[in-house]
Design a protein around this ligand. Structure first.
Ligand code: NDP
Length: 453
């Protein structure tokens, strides 16, 4: 039975009855029936429901945020901001979906030719706990607006958030079956992907989970989108505004208690400013206040689970054994709850595991670069390719970083952040496909060629 545990205290909040195999069967039948009607509705109709969902998110934001904080430990202020962002993505697609999917005329030998974008059917989302609302709404808003219907298999530790999302769509007026949460374990996912009624799948999470879902989808020729991990580089060159770069570096690494796929994780700093950067970063990181994520004066809450805390502690221990220097932090916080000190590791030797692994917790890895070319080489020496952030006022360097860094995005003098208006996704082991913006809604539609004489 899925269990929600408060990671700030270690206490069990709730045990949630999971859905049975019969429930899964019923959900698939209902999803198909709902799709057959939903796909015929107008964009205006779907937009009115999506806008109502946005209103409900805003009305319920404090209650929803508290649920997320209790289930996975993010700071309450960040949870409120997450819910507000969900309302934004709902309104964004309510406003733009029709234009994104309008018939697209093409020149050919026919009298008339165009591309018509048609929905595919029920789409399964396998989602992680780290942004328990945002990850789901950035899937649901474009998917439902395109005329598809959604099934959600959320991470097992955030079932209360998962059920609250279903309630929002139902209360907003979405018919039964248009959005359904299934409280099930990951062992049930392959069976759902195999089912003929299910037409596509998206997953945000770890590489192994992505590989399992992608191979099940490809066995049945179904499209998939994967948003996996990242170890984003954050390059700082001598011309950068150092104060702003350090302030953003700490925020970018420590947001969500260090558990974000697009967190800056590897700080690659030019040798000329390396010592100044590291000193300033150390003073900010070591001053962070760890504690109850419900409190406003706290900077860092717990990791999402005991396992997550133990994993990060093990990664730090191994890195130090391999020769890295622990500049600050590095220890488990004793007591109830799954807290880990905000940490900086530097002098990470060639071949050390920290150079290739993702650190999904509050640990910054700092590297020294002797030139822009060296910084790019370090940045690209990673299996991942999600986001990247570069800090320089030199336009030649900016252009080189944009051209050369292997990543799904490059943010110049800014922190990587998802935005409904901009496509989001990665390359290499960070996955494939794009969410958000026009690219996001095109992920799960049939681009149907129409040729008329
Ligand atoms: P997982 O990838 O295990 O979980 C993400 C989702 O996938 C959950 O709903 C999970 O279900 C499901 N899942 C797990 N294994 C399978 C499978 N074999 N088949 C189908 N579905 C599966 O992430 P974790 O929570 O375990 O975190 C581990 C690592 O994943 C992190 O350290 C980080 O590297 C990465 N991660 C990346 C995220 C991102 O935003 N890109 C977000 C979260 C994690 P269930 O909970 O029931 O196991």
């Amino acid at each position: 039975m899925p269990t929600s545990i408060n990671p700030a205290t270690g206490e069990t909040i709730k045990e949630i009855a999971g859905h049975s195999d019969e429930d899964i069967e019923r959900a698939l039948t209902n999803a198909k029936l709902a799709f057959d009607e939903w796909k015929k509705t107008s964009f205006a109709h779907r937009a009115s429901i999506m806008n109502k969902a946005a209103d409900l998110l805003e009305e319920r934001k404090n209650e929803l945020a508290r649920t997320a904080t209790r289930e996975m430990g993010k700071r309450l202020q960040e949870a409120v901001a997450e819910v507000e962002k969900c309302a934004w993505v709902c309104r964004y697609y309510a406003e733009n979906a029709e234009a994104f999917l309008s018939d697209d005329p093409r020149d050919s030998d026919a009298k008339k030719a165009f591309v018509a974008y048609r929905p595919l059917g029920p789409v399964l989302a396998v989602m992680p706990w780290n942004f328990p609302y945002w990850q789901v709404f950035r899937f649901a808003a474009p998917t439902l607006m395109a005329g598809n219907v959604g099934l959600l298999k959320h991470a097992s530790n955030v079932s209360m958030c998962a059920l609250a999302i279903e309630e929002i769509f139902l209360d907003a007026g979405a018919p039964q079956g248009v959005f359904k949460t299934l409280v099930i374990g990951s062992s049930k996912v392959e069976h759902i992907i195999d089912d003929d009624r299910l037409r596509a799948v998206t997953l945000t999470g770890s590489g192994p989970a992505g590989a399992a879902v992608a191979s099940a989808a490809s066995n049945r020729f179904k499209p998939s989108v994967l948003e996996l991990g990242g170890s984003d580089p954050f390059i700082v060159m001598p011309s950068a505004d150092l104060e702003k770069a350090v302030e953003t570096a700490v925020k970018a690494r420590m947001i969500n208690n260090g558990q974000s796929c697009i967190a800056a994780k590897r700080f690659i700093v030019h040798v000329d400013i390396y010592d100044d950067f590291l000193d300033a970063m150390k003073s900010k990181v070591s001053a962070m206040k760890i504690g109850d994520p419900m409190r406003e004066d706290v900077d860092m809450g717990p990791l999402s689970s005991k396992q997550a805390r133990d994993d990060i502690a093990q990664q730090v221990k191994k890195s130090v054994e391999e020769g890295a220097t622990c500049v600050t932090g590095g220890k488990v916080v004793e007591g109830d709850g799954f807290f880990f000190e905000p940490t900086i590791l530097a002098n990470i030797p060639e071949g050390a595991s920290a150079r290739t692994e993702e650190f999904f917790g509050p640990v910054a890895l700092v590297f020294k670069a002797v030139s822009a070319e060296d910084a790019i080489a370090i940045a690209n020496d990673s299996p991942f390719g999600l986001g990247s952030s570069v800090w320089t006022r030199d336009s030649d360097e900016q252009e080189m970083f944009i051209r050369e860094i292997e990543a799904g995005s490059t943010f110049v003098n800014a922190m990587v952040a998802s935005d409904p208006r901009l496509p989001f996704g990665g390359i290499k082991d960070s996955g494939y496909g794009r969410e958000l913006s026009r690219e996001g809604i095109l992920a799960f539609v049939n681009a149907k060629t129409v040729s008329m004489n």
